[in-house]
Ligand binder design. Sequence first.
Ligand SMILES: [Fe+2]
Length: 491
Amino acid sequence: MPLAGARRGPARLVGYPFTLGVAAGDPLRDSVVLWTRLAPAALSGGGMPDRPVDVRWEVAHDEAFSRVACRGSDVARPDLGHSVHVEPEGLEPGREYFYRFIAAGQASPTGRVKTAPAAPAALAFAFASCQQYEHGYYTAYRHMAQEDLDFVVHLGDYIYEYATNVYRAPGGNVRAHSGPEIITLEDYRNRYAQYKSDPDLQAAHAAFAWLVTWDDHEVDNNWADEVPEDGQPDEAFLRRRASAFQAFYEHMPLRRGAQPSGIDLRLYRRLAFGDLASFNVLDTRQYRSDQACGDGTDVGCEERLDPARTLTGDEQERWLLEGLGASRATWNVLAQQVFFAQRDFNADDTQRFSMDAWDGYKPNRDRILRFVQERNVANPIVLTGDVHNNWASDIKADFDDPASRTLGSEFVGTSITSGGNGSDSPNQAVLDENAHIKFNNAQRGYVRCALDRATWRTDYRVVPYVKRPGAPVQTRASFVVEAGDPGLKPA
Ligand SMILES: [Fe+2]
C-alpha cells in the first residue's frame, strides 16, 4: 500500500485552487498550449501540499461544454509550482474552442481560444507590455478582452521586481507590491501570483491565446545575459536568473519545450499564420552584450559601434536571418522588446542614443537591415515595448539619411500602467530631430493591428487614466502600411 503522503490526488485542497485564472498560448493549426496553476493561497507560496496533484482538462466547441472536442489529465508538480502546461492535439484550424481545468472537484474559469487558421485571408491581434502593478489598474486589459482578436502578443515587463514603492509613478502609486525586491523562486512566484490575481488581466488571458516574451523586469532592471543591473555578485545573479526563468515558465502559457534548464530558457521562436504573416518572437535580454558606455543614454559612444557586440546573440541572429530568408509570408513581424529605429534625443548636431536599445548595438541592427535589403524580405514590421510611450516610425536603410530607402515600419506600444496616468503630450523635440519617427503619445493602453494581403492597419488604443478604475478607451491614432509599398501612411 502506498504511503498516503506519496499518493497523487484526488486532492483535498484548502480553498479554491484556480485563483490565478487560466491562459492559452502559441496557437498552431492543430494545437494550443493551455495553462493554469493551482494556488489556493496564491500570494504566500501557493498553499498546495508538497506532492503531485491530478488535474483534468476539457476542450469543447461550446461554452457549456456540451460538445467536448477532447479531454485528458495531467499532473501538477510541486517542483513546477503546481503549474500545468497542456498541449492538446488534433484540434481543427481556425476554430474557436473553450477550455477549463478540474482539480479536487472544482472547475476553473472557462477560457476561450482560437487555433491558427490554415490559410488566413486576414488576422487581428493586439500587443501590450509593461504592467507595473503599483502604478495603476489594468483597465486597458478589460477593454482588450472585448475586442475581436485572433491572439495577443505580450512584449515583456509582465511583472516588476521592485520592493514596495521603490518605483513610483509620478504623483505616487495606487497599489502596493507585496514583499521586498524579488530574488528567490518563492519571491518570483508570489509576485507573479499578485499580478495574475488581477481580474482584468485574467479576463484578457481568458479571451485569447497569448504569444509572450519577456523584457528586463521579469528578472532585474536592464540586466544583460549574465550581468545584473547592480549590486549582486555574479553567482548570486545566476541563481536569481534561474529562479526568475523558472517562475516565468511556471506562469506563462509556454510549450513544455520551453521549460528552463538552469540559467537557460529558449524563448525565441517563430509562429506562422499561413503565408499571411510570420511572427518572429525575439529575446533581446538573455544573450546580449552588456550595455555600452555604462548604459543610460550617451553621446559619442564608440563602443556601441563594435561589431563584436550583440543584442540578439549570434545563434538567435542566424536563426532570425534564416527564417526571414526562407519566409514566404506577406508580413514579416519581429515581436521584440527595445526600440529598433534610431532615436536621437539631442536637438543639436550631436546625437544621444539609448544604450539599452538597438542604437546601443548598431552593427547587429545593420546586419539585419542589410539582409532585409539584399534578400528583399517582404514587408518587415517591428513591434516594440519597453519605453512606456506610443511611437510609430519608419525603418530606414540609413537613419541619418532621410532620402535612403524605407525598408519597413516599427510600432512601439505604450505601457498598460507603467508610469502612471500618462498624458497626451508628444515629445516634439524627438519628432523634429528624427524625420522617420511620425508619432508619439504618452498615454496608457495597447495597440491593435489588423492585416490582410494588401494592408496592415495599426490603431493606438489609449485610456485617459489608470490610477482609478473604469477609464473608457479610444483610438488615439491610426496608421496603415500597404504591402509592397513600405512606409507609414495616416489611416
Ligand atoms: Fe517597462
